[in-house]
Design a protein around this ligand. Structure first.
Ligand code: KG4
Ligand code: ZN
Length: 342
């Protein structure tokens, strides 16, 4: 690592958020977010009911320079004061990834600093470390996003083991699909979360798939069950459907996370990914940690959903532990988390 304190610009363009952030890391490994700017494309994609890759790439090209400028100005940092530029190199949409990675390489060359390619999922795992000092490991991380549902044992920054994952739909995908079926718009998670506060979580007994069965998840049966229930009961109250569906998802996530945390003797448990913004999951997470005498870490909502601060943090760790990424390396839309750790 270059000197006692390193500062990186991070860039995130893997899906539908164009984001840039400046993050510092001190000699003890603690992070300080100096700025974090996000330009969301959600409104652009909402009318299509999901992310349209071509629309996303074009919007990233338009937003990237202003977002990077905003992050640098807010941090009060010039390019010449940076120790490197990190960008998400996968997994994600290939066209979108290329926009961020090409920009990061160009800026790194102009400023004469290293480029670091970061795995987006590894980035999510750094989000809980952005706001907490003296984190004690092992840590159990539940990574729940639109594309992934994973239980991960973290022995230290960048040292992760996959303990369980979804066998079909991701948790966020289930929220989005159920919301789309109910005509609630995209993305579905925040709308269902909001509606659920007015509904009865015990109104409908939706299935808890694989509840007692290992650490893997399955959400496609639950989604089908919601569709069938609404078809058979067209007058059912949407707030009860939302609350009961959400409760079924959260029950399974919590039960498996507790079991996984027991299995690795976790000292703490933390959430990452967009679904970590879910208010019921956060509430139940705190209760579960308290019941099991573990430290609960809940990242701020802004660091749960896609952002570049987590990418800069993962980049800082990677630069120190592994070194710069070659400018010849490309993007990998299917980059698996298991390929990232050394
Ligand atoms: O991590 P993220 O921002 O993007 C990736 O998929 O990488 O996660 C987006 C997902 C979407 O499926 C969205 O519906 C879900 O996170 N989400 C939520 C909430 N906020 C966002 N799901 C449940 N409750 C929420 N409050
Ligand atoms: Zn994400």
């Amino acid at each position: 690592m270059a000197g006692p304190r390193s500062v990186l610009l991070g860039i995130e363009t893997s899906c539908d958020e164009t984001a840039a952030a400046v993050v510092a890391r001190d000699a003890d490994g603690n992070f300080e977010v100096l700025s974090s700017a996000v330009a969301s494309q959600i409104e652009l994609h909402a009318r299509f009911g999901g992310v349209v890759p071509e629309v996303a790439s074009r919007a990233h090209i338009e937003s990237l320079n202003p977002v990077v400028a905003e992050a640098l100005v807010e941090a009060g940092i010039g390019g010449d004061q940076l120790d490197g530029v990190a960008a998400t190199a996968g997994p994600g949409l290939v066209g979108s990834l290329l926009v961020g990675v090409s920009a990061a390489k160009a800026l790194a060359m102009v400023w004469g600093v290293p480029y670091v390619g970061v795995n987006h999922l590894e980035g999510h795992l750094f989000a809980p470390l952005l706001e907490e000092a003296e984190v004690r490991f092992p840590l159990l991380v539940l990574l729940v996003s639109g594309g992934h549902t994973m239980l991960i044992g973290m022995e230290g920054p960048g040292r992760c083991r996959l303990l369980g994952r979804t066998l079909d739909d991701a948790a966020g995908e289930a929220f989005d699909k159920v919301a789309r079926y109910l005509g609630l718009g995209y993305p579905g998670g925040p709308v269902i979360d909001r509606l659920a506060t007015q509904g009865d979580p015990a109104a409908i007994a939706f299935p808890r798939s694989m509840l007692h069965d290992g650490l893997d998840f399955s959400f496609s049966g639950l989604k089908t069950s919601v569709v069938n229930h609404v078809r058979r009961n067209p007058d059912v109250d949407a707030v009860d459907v939302a609350a009961s569906f959400q409760e079924a998802v959260v029950d399974v996530l919590i039960a498996k996370a507790r079991r996984a945390a027991d299995g690795i003797g976790a000292l703490g448990m933390t959430l990452a990914g967009g679904v970590a913004a879910n208010s019921r999951l956060r509430e139940r997470w705190l209760d579960a940690a308290m019941a099991d005498d573990r430290r609960a870490m809940l990242p701020s909502l802004a660091y749960c959903t896609d952002n570049a601060a987590m990418i800069a943090a993962a980049g800082l760790w990677r630069l120190g532990a592994i070194g710069p990424t070659s400018l010849d390396s490309g993007v990998d839309p299917n980059w698996a988390l298991s390929d990232t750790t050394s």
